[in-house]
Design a protein around this ligand. Structure first.
Ligand code: GLU
Length: 489
């Protein structure tokens, strides 16, 4: 075991989003590569905005992505006693002080300052002048107050794992609150206390936290706690260059799952949002990501979330899958639609896997595979109006051609395989003196209801002689009713 300990610390105020999932993934990859420990901590100190349902949704999202954690889920709220101990230490050492300023007075000061055009409101330290013993006496008597951190002069710098040297002037940092009036610690303190308590060695998180880091470092230093290394992951933008948000479409991981995206494809895609392997390899499975991941190759530049690329990647991962495995993922979609049952698919497991193999290169999502699998399982099919207009214009001659192909199929019933099927169809076309297409297009429409499908030999092979017979009969009946309607209409 290495001494690398990383964590993912989501606030359960929403679903697991793409940005959060990317943070979780980078921490997980680093832990797995280094033989370290990946800790999950739910930051639920904001009780009003947190919910158990959201916590569960986050855990579900991580499980689906295969991001298993070694410790936790811990809950930030469980650390509250330790958080208060740290606050007391700050008070005792003079790094913290009690602030009795009522909220409305603070608000007024803030508004006045904004009106005067001042940039960046800072607390004016009124209560820093309250004598220590006096402050204790007022606190003991129950006077409402917060505890603030006394920001020292100077600057706060650190060697960021992504941004290299980062430095903030402490002048720009407010004497921030660490304990609220109701006695609850704020995130800024709780996160430091928890990370120290859990021995976190590396904090990898989105660069929206960049401005929190100097405050947290000041707390580590004031409390004499060992500092973790910090690395801030680049922002994720939508294709229009604006920060990724709902207006760009799906942002919750579960929405991608429901749209037929594979977890390994989403992991692969997320890994490349801000990291690159240093060459042009794009498709990587979990073990490759683990082997190739490196903090050094995390970029500073924002990453663009391109849904088109995700679809393409998903298609690539679908192709890499074992057909039986793919079938297990597609089956529920077909069962849900009432097209088949679990038992039926079990009975025809090899057939179903062959169908998956046929569709693998033709679809980019599980949903699209299910859609294309439909015609192989449906009991009746609908004919596309446009294809009917194109390939079934002359009903009588089409009926004749369908009779010819039925005969061709009958000839190879005993030797049912794609090669023989194609041979028989070609021989029939030759006998009839028509081009292969003239037989195949009307046939494809009869078998699939449309004008696009995998090779007709494969389609016919998988449908099997009985279904073919039924579909040709149904098509013939349909054409006959059309032809007599035309005669009499
Ligand atoms: N709970 C914080 C959030 O969800 C993350 C805190 C951290 O990573 O330090 O944004």
């Amino acid at each position: 075991m290495s001494d690398i300990r990383v964590r993912f610390a989501p606030s359960p105020t929403g679903f697991l989003h793409v940005g959060g999932a990317r943070t979780a993934l980078f921490n997980w990859l680093y832990a797995r590569q280094m033989g370290g420990v990946f800790v999950l901590r739910i930051e639920d100190t904001d009780r009003a905005r947190s919910s158990d349902e959201m916590s569960q949704a986050i855990l579900d999202g991580m499980e689906w992505l295969g991001l298993d954690w070694d410790e936790g889920p811990y809950h930030q709220a469980d650390g509250i006693d330790q958080h208060r101990v740290e606050v007391q230490k700050l008070l005792d050492s003079g790094h913290g002080y009690r602030c009795f300023c009522p909220p409305d007075v603070l608000q007024e000061k803030r508004e006045r300052m904004e009106k005067e055009g001042g940039s960046g409101y800072r607390y004016d330290r009124t209560c820093l002048d309250v004598d220590g013993a006096e402050a204790e006496r007022r606190a003991m008597s129950g006077e409402p107050h917060t505890v603030r951190f006394r920001v020292p002069d100077g600057e706060t710098a650190w060697a960021d794992l992504v941004h290299d040297e980062v430095c903030f002037s402490n002048e720009d940092i407010d004497d921030f609150i660490v304990l609220r009036t109701d006695g609850t610690p704020v995130y800024m303190l709780a996160v430091v206390s928890d990370d120290a308590e859990m021995g976190i060695s590396h904090v990898l998180r989105g660069d929206d936290h960049l401005s929190n880091t100097p405050k947290q470092l000041l707390l580590y230093r004031a409390l004499g706690l060992p500092e973790p290394r910090f690395g801030h992951l680049p922002m994720i933008l939508g294709p229009d260059g604006r920060r990724l948000s709902k207006r760009h479409g799906a942002t919750a991981v579960s929405e991608y799952r429901d749209a037929g995206i594979l977890p390994q494809a989403l992991d692969n895609f997320l890994a490349l949002l801000g990291w690159n392997p240093g060459d042009d390899q794009e498709i990587m499975l979990e073990h490759e990501l683990i082997a190739r991941f490196s903090l050094e190759r995390i970029g500073k530049k924002s990453a663009v979330f391109d849904p088109e690329k995700l679809d393409w990647m998903n298609g690539q991962h679908i192709m890499l899958m074992d057909a039986h495995e793919l079938g297990r993922l597609v089956a529920p979609l077909l069962i849900e639609e009432g097209l088949t049952t679990e038992e039926e698919l079990e009975d025809r497991a090899d057939w179903f896997a062959t169908l998956m193999e046929l569709l693998q290169p033709r679809a980019r999502t599980l949903t699209a595979i299910a859609e294309q699998a439909r015609i192989f399982l449906a009991t009746d099919i609908e004919y596309e109006e446009k294809a009917v207009g194109k390939h079934w214009k002359d009903a009588d001659s089409v009926i004749e051609r369908l009779t010819v192909v039925q005969r061709a199929f009958d000839e190879v019933v005993e030797d049912w395989n794609p090669g023989r099927i194609e041979e028989a169809l070609r021989a029939a076309a030759e006998r009839e003196g028509v081009g292969f297409g003239k037989l195949v297009h009307p046939l494809r429409l009869a078998l699939t209801g449309g004008s696009a499908s995998p090779g007709i030999d494969q389609v016919a092979w998988l449908l099997g002689p009985n279904t073919i017979h039924e579909r040709i009969a149904a098509a013939t009946a349909f054409l006959q009713s059309r032809s007599s309607a035309e005669l009499h209409g």
